[in-house]
Design a protein around this ligand. Sequence first.
Ligand code: GDP
Ligand code: IMO
Ligand code: MG
Length: 423
Amino acid sequence: MSVDVILGLQWGDEGKGKIVDCLATDYELICRFQGGPNAGHTLIFDNKKYVLHTIPSGIFRENITNVIGAGVVIDPITLSKEIASVEAENIVVADRLRISNRAHFILPSHRLLDKASEMAKGKSKIGSTLKGIGPTYMDKTGRNGLRYGDFFSPNFMTKYNQLKEKHLGLYKMYPEVEFDLAAEEEQWFASLEEIRNIQQINAEYFINNAITKGQKILAEGAQGTMLDIEYGTYPFVTSSNTTTSGVCSGLGVSPQKIGDVIGITKAYCTRVGSGPFPTELFDGTGAKLQELGHEFGATTGRPRRCGWLDINQLKFSIMINGVNKLVLTKLDVLSSFETIKAATAYDIEGQTTYEMPYDLMDHEITPIYHDMPGWADDITAAKEMAELPEAARAYVDYIAAEAGCEVHIVSNGPGREQLIFNS
Ligand code: GDP
Ligand code: IMO
Ligand code: MG
């Protein structure tokens, strides 16, 4: 058996949480492989809304084990709050959740450094979620990090204090920021005790044994391909590999074990935080997309920047990840636009290109658009492709043809049941 993958093909918030929750019943194991509390994955069912940051989106389903893999970074404060919100639904999280002993901890002083580093960057700030992601991955690659397994070691406090001291030294380079380190630490250690009962495992063995036993496994990505540390819009990216390759390193599975790669794309584009976004709209159309799509960050509440679908960018993400199935979310948001546009290429100083440039900040990029007629009907109750207006079906077919990838599922609303299988 292999590991199927669900990941974002744009700048995050494509609807990964909803799709994982919808497809979870086909799987026995759901595993997060990278990222941390910078993620905000929204699940809506039984008229309730849940936002998960670190816990995989299979947690509300019975008979599924959820694994936080080695590539994830964990803040006990966020995790213990999430556990409490899930347990409020009478779910015993410890029965359903396992944590890799190799996953790294986010310390309060990582968050302090994230805040100070952003402040020092001024106008060129990344627009980080301020969850301490960058500094934690820096310590991981710098070989200074504190891992979940260390929590159970007699040297835990020594390691913690060494790392904190290093951070306080670094902090001297930065402008002072408002941050009550003592209070944050108190909460951090209290939260750590609250998550003590979540079993730590050698997740790489756990997952590979599950593969050998023929269990069905789903890897859940966080962020999106354009936020990948390698292939995203650097430096306006996150600090992990958000792509299929991140599944192999983050879970300890070999590339031969990767099965379906299910790429999620919105029917338009959004981005939260700073950085280039070629199809961004600064006019009323962008504002309308934001309003109809309720485009506000699930983690930070910041408004998301909006624009038309960028097929040039989408094809790049499909290539990098080896996507064989596309999921098109938020198609319902496009109902009521007279014309719908999708960028098929970029004009960069008079040259037409069908590739993603390595740097999108260096030159002025003008998207070249293809126009299509929109539709006016509400599509949120549709259950089959045949129920969609002709123009909506034409848009889906156009994306599949341009992207060279089958659209497997169309999502037509935030609810669990609002899903149309196209094949
Ligand atoms: P994720 O980070 O990829 O899991 O996505 P987020 O949860 O951050 O953002 C997606 C938002 O869109 C959430 O508010 C979802 O409830 C909502 N959503 C997901 N799919 C659809 C859809 O097909 N239509 C609409 N209107 N909303 C959707
Ligand atoms: P999900 O999983 C959207 C963005 C931040 C910022 C940049 C770096 O919900 O799709 P970081 O805190 O990682 O150092 O921030 O990445 N970002 C996201 N944008 N969705 C996310 O996650 C994101 N996680 C990080 O806004 O621009
Ligand atoms: Mg999100």
